[in-house]
Design a protein around this ligand. Structure first.
Ligand SMILES: Cc1cc2nc3c(=O)[nH]c(=O)nc-3n(C[C@H](O)[C@H](O)[C@H](O)COP(=O)(O)OP(=O)(O)OC[C@H]3O[C@@H](n4cnc5c(N)ncnc54)[C@H](O)[C@@H]3O)c2cc1C
Length: 475
């Protein structure tokens, strides 16, 4: 232990020694050889300098780390993969959960106990082995807990709902450093808040989730030239009007860089991609895609019956760490006027747009059939969620993207609900817009819950839910 580090960080060496004794996990501090690797997030725009990093091996390690942070007057930041960092772990104890990998699938009850360090692809593999599916999102690389705490909208969302609605219970280390269970019958208020409220109330060490009998789907992507963007969005608007709940779909405008490894029709060009997953009987799937083929022959038709194990190929999200920022908003309508504004900002003409991907996903279905009061997740009745992603390798690129997206949102304001889906927001955007992810009533309830479970805001590196104060008059 470097004495200069301890002095600078005001870390109590006795507390740190105690932490090392109490945990089996790796404790890493600035100056250690592993520090720079350990502080990295999947999203390379995140540059964070935690005071102490605890790579937990067990729930007991997590509890010890939380108690250490409390005693050291430091905040706690939580990371599994680093796909969704809202506030970098500066001046904090960063608890890394990625080694918590236990999984126990019960085929009879169609449930699985999954620990917090698992990625969805790992859970998918184990559950498909017994013919069952979890409600993962577009990328198998995303962590199970971060995704679920924000909602969790994947390719089975319209049929089976949000991942958060399929949690049976969580095990959570609270701000007091105690491991508790949160379910419909135990700490039910905490259970309510965790389902949508993010990492604000404790460190989830694992959860039991419901699984579904899905092993094969009809899925894939159609690719059309960028010039069709306006007409394709209009067609999408009409197509989804009659979509059954078994069909979850999205439309993307993608601006590809001029990379030599890309096929010619993508290289340096804009394309429109129509993605979908039909989870009813696979032989019925082609009939739902046919309206697109009748509308216009695509450059590529990638639809086929696919093992659900391959569901990640529908979106083909990047696997390797990359620098990017994402923002998202619920659309109030997809009128011709809204489409014109979207196309003008999403289609890059000679580099006019820094946005690489603008995707509109069709929600609704089972998501909206859950009682609005059942959990903190709000905006269940909205059906069109738009997400914009920019690749931002430099601070200038981050700035340019913020400016451009700000102007985009302003132009589109009349066609937005003002609500956001918190999982599609990164960094400061996630914190600044936290309130817009919830109904006013749910946000007030979350703040009260925060005052009960984390009054000192120890877990302040997630979405911004300040503990309710007695003299708060705005709510
Ligand atoms: C390529 C890509 C594809 C995506 N696809 C989808 C999608 O299809 N649908 C969707 O809904 N979202 C999607 N997302 C968003 C994703 O769900 C969020 O970014 C989510 O927060 C990532 O969780 P993580 O654990 O992997 O990331 P992390 O950055 O490790 O965690 C994100 C945050 O979650 C909280 N958290 C994580 N683990 C715990 C824990 N154990 N206890 C308490 N809090 C915890 C913390 O606040 C943490 O800061 C995608 C993101 C990316 C980058």
């Amino acid at each position: 232990m470097d004495m200069a580090f301890a002095a600078a960080a005001q870390i109590d060496l006795h507390l740190l020694a105690e932490l090392r004794e109490q945990t089996h996990g790796n404790i890493i501090v600035p100056g250690d050889a592993e520090y720079d690797r350990a502080r990295m997030a999947w999203n390379l725009t995140v540059d964070q300098y935690p005071e102490v990093i605890v790579v937990a091996q067990s729930a007991a390690d997590v509890a010890a780390a939380v108690r250490f942070a409390r005693a050291s007057h430091l905040d706690v930041a939580i990371q599994s993969t680093g796909h969704g960092v809202a506030r970098p772990a500066n001046d904090a104890v960063l608890i890394i959960t990625s080694n918590l990998k236990e999984i126990c699938v019960d085929a009879d009850s169609r449930t699985a106990w999954i620990e917090a360090g698992l990625k969805w692809g790992e859970v998918l593999k184990e559950t498909q082995a017994v013919g069952l599916a979890p409600l993962l999102g577009s990328s198998p690389e995303v962590g199970v807990v971060g995704y679920t705490l924000g909602g969790g909208m994947g390719w089975l969302a319209r049929k089976y709902g949000l991942a958060t609605d399929s949690v049976r219970y969580f095990e959570v280390v609270t701000a007091e450093g105690k491991l508790v269970r949160a379910s419909a019958t135990e700490n039910s208020d905490l259970f309510w808040g965790l389902r949508g409220g993010g990492g604000n109330f404790g460190v989830v060490t694992g959860m039991e989730i419901q699984l579904y009998p899905v092993t094969e789907v009809y899925g894939g992507t159609l690719i059309y030239p960028g010039e069709t963007a306006k007409a394709a969005l209009q067609h999408f608007r009409e197509w989804i009007k009659t979509a059954p709940e078994e069909l979850t779909s999205s439309i993307e405008i993608m601006n590809f860089p001029p990379l030599p490894e890309l096929p010619e029709f993508m290289r340096g060009r804009t394309v429109v991609m129509v993605n979908a997953c039909y989870s009813g009987p696979v032989e019925q799937g082609p009939a739902y895609i046919q309206p697109w083929l009748d509308w216009m022959q695509p450059i590529v038709n990638g639809f086929h019956p696919m093992p659900f194990l391959e569901v990640g190929t529908i979106s083909n999200d990047p696997v390797d760490p990359s620098p990017g920022i994402s923002t998202g908003m619920w659309l109030a309508d997809l009128s011709d006027e809204a489409i014109d504004i979207i196309v003008n900002h999403a289609v890059s003409v000679n580099g006019s747009s820094p946005i690489v991907k603008t995707e509109i996903r069709h929600a609704g279905g089972a998501i909206s059939r859950v009682d609005a009061q059942a959990s903190a997740y709000s905006h269940r009745d909205e059906t069109l969620i738009m997400q914009c992603v920019s690749i931002t390798p430099t601070a200038e690129a981050v700035e340019a993207s913020h400016r451009f997206v700000g102007a985009f949102k302003a132009a589109l304001a009349a066609h937005l609900t003002n609500g956001v889906y918190i999982n599609f927001l990164d960094g400061e955007d996630a914190r600044e817009q936290t309130r817009n992810a919830y109904s006013a009533g749910h946000f007030a309830r979350l703040r009260m819950l925060k005052a009960k479970y984390d009054p000192d805001n120890l877990f302040s590196h997630s979405f911004d839910i300040p503990p309710m104060q007695e003299d708060d008059i705005d709510l």
